[in-house]
Design a protein around this ligand. Structure first.
Ligand code: TXA
Ligand code: MG
Length: 326
């Protein structure tokens, strides 16, 4: 059975090589001590994730980045300065001490300093227990492989209730969508995953238009075309007219249908409808819990009017597009 643990229990479990579910400001993670390869393998087992899909290493402080990275180009230091702690992940060259179990055998490693105070305190406590100057935990999102990420402890319990798993409850995730991933292994940056830090903010601090290559490596799960999917069929529309024509087709094919993001006059025919808020941060925060909620209601299909593709809207649309390909 999955069960609640407090910070000290979570740190003790991690130190003894167990897996613990942890809060972050983006989504919950399924964590193991990054210095214990056997513990890392358990993460893959519990998540049912293929071994070649790499995990993100989470640190308590930005200072730890220098220990966990072999090389940082100048632009990476600027990103660290501006966005860490926070929902940014950088992919950098892997130093020899980083277990290949974490990176799926690659010569790069993904690093992030979450902004959640409980998580940072947990990593620090793990460092005390194991006498590590730069403690770290390796963690993917705490959902079964391919399904919707968890944004509260209840979501984690729902996915892993059958597992002997400690869950540290840190409340609702404030960002609600995964970190933005930037490749820092070359002399020029590339965005590998759109996320909680908008592309415009990255471009702004680097003073350039950073290219986005989110379809590059199919071994990277967040980049698989079919990912982040609820049980319900997800169909996306990018304009009102497309929404209207899909709406009729969908209601002919399914009995219990929901809409997300549609204006009121177009949603009356749906069994359930959820509008977008004008506040895009609120939309990101609610996205995964909305998809899970619609599944719980037994909704068979969801028609989504995509938000405008600027700022966080781009990351929200990215997740919904991938869900629609499942
Ligand atoms: O917000 C987040 O990033 C959350 C929380 C828990 O921190 N974590 C998360 O982990 O989303 P996960 O495993 O669901 O997604 C990690 C992403 C994947 O797309 C993975 O392929 C990519 O990071 N990644 C990890 N290491 C990489 C590497 N060395 N090179 C390229 N991509 C990498
Ligand atoms: Mg994930």
């Amino acid at each position: 059975m999955s069960h609640a643990v407090n910070l000290e229990q979570a740190a003790q479990l991690l130190a003894r090589g167990h897996v613990v579910a942890i809060p972050t400001e983006t989504v919950y993670g399924l964590a193991a001590d990054a210095t214990q390869p056997k513990a890392i393998l358990k993460v893959f087992e519990i998540k049912r994730r293929p071994l070649e899909h790499p995990l993100i290493v989470h640190l308590a402080d930005p200072e730890g980045i220098f220990h966990w990275s072999a090389h940082l180009p100048r632009f990476a230091s600027i990103l660290i300065e501006h966005f860490m702690p926070g929902p940014l992940t950088i992919v950098t060259r892997r130093p020899p001490h980083v277990a290949k179990e974490i990176t799926g055998g690659r010569d790069s490693v993904a690093l992030r300093v979450p902004a959640h105070p409980l998580t940072r305190a947990l990593i620090q406590r793990l460092g005390e227990l194991r006498s590590l100057p730069y403690p770290a935990i390796a963690a993917p999102s705490a959902n079964r492989f391919g399904s919707v990420s968890p944004t509260c402890a209840a979501h984690v319990h729902a996915d892993f209730h059958g597992e002997d798993l400690g869950v540290l409850d840190g409340g609702l995730c404030s960002a609600g969508i995964e970190s933005t991933i930037v490749d820092c292994t070359k002399e020029v940056p590339t965005i590998l995953r759109l996320g909680a830090i908008p592309q415009e903010a990255i471009d702004g601090v680097l003073g350039m238009r950073v290219p986005v290559e989110t379809h590059g490596d199919v071994r990277a799960p967040g980049m698989l075309p079919a990912h982040y999917a609820p049980r319900a069929k997800v169909v996306v529309a990018s304009s009102l007219s497309e929404f209207q024509s899909l709406s009729q087709k969908l209601r002919e094919s399914y009995r219990f249908v929901a809409s997300i993001g549609a204006p009121r006059e177009l949603s009356s025919e749906f069994n359930h409808s959820i509008p977008w808020s004008d506040d895009m941060e609120a939309n990101a925060r609610a996205l995964y819990s909305t998809l899970r909620h619609l599944d719980d209601l037994g909704v068979e299909a969801v028609l989504v009017l995509l938000p405008p593709l600027s700022g966080l809207g781009a990351a929200i649309a990215d997740r919904l597009l991938r869900a629609s390909k499942a």
